[in-house]
Design a protein around this ligand. Structure first.
Ligand SMILES: [Zn+2]
Length: 352
């Protein structure tokens, strides 16, 4: 196991002094990790005692005195009275933790992902420090999947948090497989959340974080399977349902939601369900607007202008794809009727 990747789970959002980091990682690995660490504003208030590493539970409590000349002295007092007093310099007590923005940007770049940008939010803003957003994958058709890093020795708690906050299924990255218990893996399978272990894909070099040859492919593969699945899972449309059994109703006052009626069961349909949300603007894309247009025209829409027809044809193709994927019906939902020079939906669609 890579001690550097493991330190993300052990230290997590916490911080250690440099001697403590070195004790855990060794000088060589610390040198590789050092660019991704930054000092915390608050100094350490305790430190390991001389006996801590030989199995004692005792720790130094740091007492700071400032004399009349303004000189500061830090003295460590063993909380169990076992060890000799020790003095520390101010530099000894500086705590170093992960520089999260720098670390997550380097991981995203190494995986050939666009680093997470505030313009494309996926998780709630109050993301707990044990779950770090890494990037947002945007498919060509606008569907998105957040990529997040779980860095904790208690991944189950992180998964609890994610199930509450996420709007779309995530791709999960773990630094190592050390805490991927059968229970955690079973849960990930149940949710249908793909995951990868970073120590198998990335490694630290003096120049930064580098990727193995197939790391980016591994992520792309996961993204494809995930993005395909997200919309598939939206409706439990009975097997064998035909387009003719589906009724779609738009409400003229709400452009972000439609109602779907399938064999007597009503569903809510949003642009997100169909993957027709522009991930940058978080607004319905042109395919959704076209669907709405079809509703206005009762599912029958004709063109005269050949130029407009070509552009609309592309939009119609993407819309058909999104509908087939979401409903799990393989046949074409919107047919071109040559005689009418119009597109006609195979399902009922209207606006009320
Ligand atoms: Zn002690």
């Amino acid at each position: 196991m890579s001690p550097i990747w493991r330190s993300l789970e052990i230290v997590g959002s916490g911080a250690l002094t440099l001697p403590h980091w070195q004790k855990g990682l060794g000088a060589d690995d610390l040198a590789l990790l050092r660019p991704f660490l930054s000092p915390r504003a608050e100094p350490a208030v305790t430190q390991p005692c001389v006996n801590t590493f030989s199995g004692h539970d005792c720790r130094y409590r740091i007492v700071t005195h400032t004399d009349a000349h303004g000189h500061t002295a830090h003295v460590g007092i063993c909380d169990e009275g076992r060890c000799e007093k020790r003095s520390f310099t101010t530099a000894d007590l500086v705590l170093y933790g992960f520089n999260d923005p720098k670390l997550t940007a380097a991981i995203a770049t190494a995986l050939e992902l666009q680093p997470f940008a505030a313009a494309c939010p996926t998780t709630a803003t109050a993301t707990p420090a044990r779950v770090l957003p890494i990037a947002t994958l945007c498919a060509d058709d606008g569907r998105t999947a957040p990529v997040v890093l779980i860095r904790t020795r208690a991944p189950e708690a992180a998964l609890d948090q994610l199930t509450l906050n996420l709007v779309a299924k995530p791709i999960i990255l773990f630094p190592t497989a050390a805490d991927l218990t059968p229970a955690v893996e079973a849960r990930l399978h149940r949710y249908g959340w793909p995951y990868r272990v970073l120590e198998n894909l990335l490694f630290f070099r003096p120049t930064g974080i580098m990727a193995t040859a197939d790391a980016a492919d591994a992520i792309t593969e996961m993204a494809e399977s995930l993005i395909g699945e997200v919309t598939k899972a939206v409706f439990a449309v009975p097997v064998g349902t035909r387009w003719g059994e589906i009724t779609l109703t738009f409400n003229a006052n709400d452009h972000q939601v439609a109602t779907v009626l399938v064999r007597g069961v009503r569903h809510r349909l949003t642009p997100h369900d169909l993957g027709l949300l522009d991930c940058r603007s978080q607004r319905p894309d042109r395919q959704w607007l076209f669907l709405e247009k079809l509703a206005e025209c009762g599912g029958h829409f004709g063109w005269i202008d050949a130029k407009k027809h070509a552009a609309a044809k592309k939009i119609k193709l993407r819309l058909s794809q999104a509908l087939r994927r979401a409903f799990g019906i393989k046949t074409e939902p919107i047919e071109w009727r040559r005689d009418d020079k119009a597109w006609v939906t195979e399902f009922s669609i209207s606006q009320k």
